[in-house]
Design a protein around this ligand. Structure first.
Ligand code: NAD
Length: 318
């Protein structure tokens, strides 16, 4: 298999590249390094079956040679990133997705779109099945991401219907693990950085809003399985084990053996209150379910933040 991974230098993408190489695939990683990092793939650059192409996929995606699979991950993904890059986020979700779909269409390759639980917005149905159409503010600050992904889904579905491209849409729920950026604004890195620095853990609101957190290795297995199964989707991929943000802060504090207190700060606008995937379709259609309990995943992640975040640096509110 020769796979193209757009966004392959990012958090999830770099783990996906590793996984594909480990099973013998040839991997072309395409990334503009806007929110990803060269360090994430530095250890892969000498690999005989790995190639890195530094390119903005919004502008084009010309890959010489036959391609069997296109994993389209390129997009700012953390709230800090997409709020800083609003227009870029909309354009990579539209032009970037078009270019990735055209590449798959050119070679008859299988195509996977990494959409997001954010397409459900602030959901009025809980947990969220794929049949729920969502509750998104189309012009709110977060809409640059939510609507980019919703458009990406619509375009992917249209390419399948119109051109017969073998497309799969997965909706990823919060994922965590090594190579998250300490300063990306998401709760897990913020809590790790703060706990390791002995600083207060900044819980937004009263901390009763929930998140469901999937360990990155489990997610990557879901991505590979989804593309191979060829199911059109959308299919939710995430961990249905729901934790409140407050519980998460306490779990991170424990794995860091930290004595940091919790402090409560205002919640950002449009921050979803409840977020939990219904993964029955993934179980049924892919035979996939997350395997890593939260405590184990956090324990596998703490070393990364110890090395990545020297005490006192990069501390941001969750
Ligand atoms: P990330 O920011 O670490 O990775 C995204 C990668 O895309 C980065 O390496 C970035 O440089 C690259 N990129 C962005 N715009 C690009 C462009 N125009 N051209 C080329 N490369 C570009 O984010 P991540 O957490 O690894 O997310 C990967 C994908 O999974 C994203 O599409 C995201 O929307 C989706 N997703 C992630 C999560 C999560 O919890 N991590 C949840 C839902 C969906």
């Amino acid at each position: 298999m020769r796979a193209v991974v757009t966004g392959g230098a990012g958090f999830v993408g770099s783990h996906l590249c590793e996984r594909l190489l480990a099973r013998g695939d040839e991997v072309v990683c395409v990334d503009d390094l806007s929110t990803g990092r060269a360090e994430n793939i530095a250890h892969l650059l000498d690999h005989a079956r790995f190639r890195f192409v530094h390119q903005d996929v919004t502008e084009g995606l010309e890959i010489p040679g036959r391609v069997d699979a296109v994993y389209h991950l390129a997009s700012p993904a953390s709230p800090l990133d997409y709020l800083r890059l609003p227009v870029e986020t909309l354009l990579v979700g539209s032009y970037g997705t078009r270019n990735a779909l055209e590449l798959a269409r050119r070679d008859g390759a299988a195509f996977l779109l990494t959409s997001t639980s954010e397409v459900y917005g602030d959901p009025q149905v809980h947990p969220q099945p794929e049949s729920y159409w969502g509750n998104v503010n189309p012009i709110g600050p977060r809409s640059v991401y939510d609507e980019a992904k919703r458009f990406g889904e619509a375009l992917t579905a249209a390419y399948r219907r119109t051109y017969g491209v073998r497309t799969t849409i997965v909706r990823i729920f919060n994922t965590y693990g090594p190579r998250m950026r300490a300063d990306d604004g998401r709760a897990v890195p913020a809590f790790f950085t703060q706990a390791l620095a002995g600083l207060p853990l900044t819980v937004t609101g009263d901390g009763s809003q929930t998140r469901s957190l999937c360990y990155v290795d489990d997610l990557v297995e879901g991505l590979v399985t989804a593309l191979e199964t060829g199911v059109s989707g959308p299919v939710n991929l995430g961990n249905p084990e729901e934790v409140t943000v407050r519980e998460l802060a306490l779990a991170v504090r424990e794995v860091c053996a930290s004595a940091s207190p919790l402090t409560f700060v205002p919640r950002p606008e449009d921050d979803p209150s409840l977020r939990r995937p219904d993964v029955s379709a993934a179980r049924r259609e892919l035979g996939w379910a997350p395997r890593t309990p939260l405590a184990e995943g956090l324990a596998r992640t703490v070393g990364w933040f110890r090395d990545a975040s020297p005490v006192g640096e990069g501390v941001l509110p969750a």
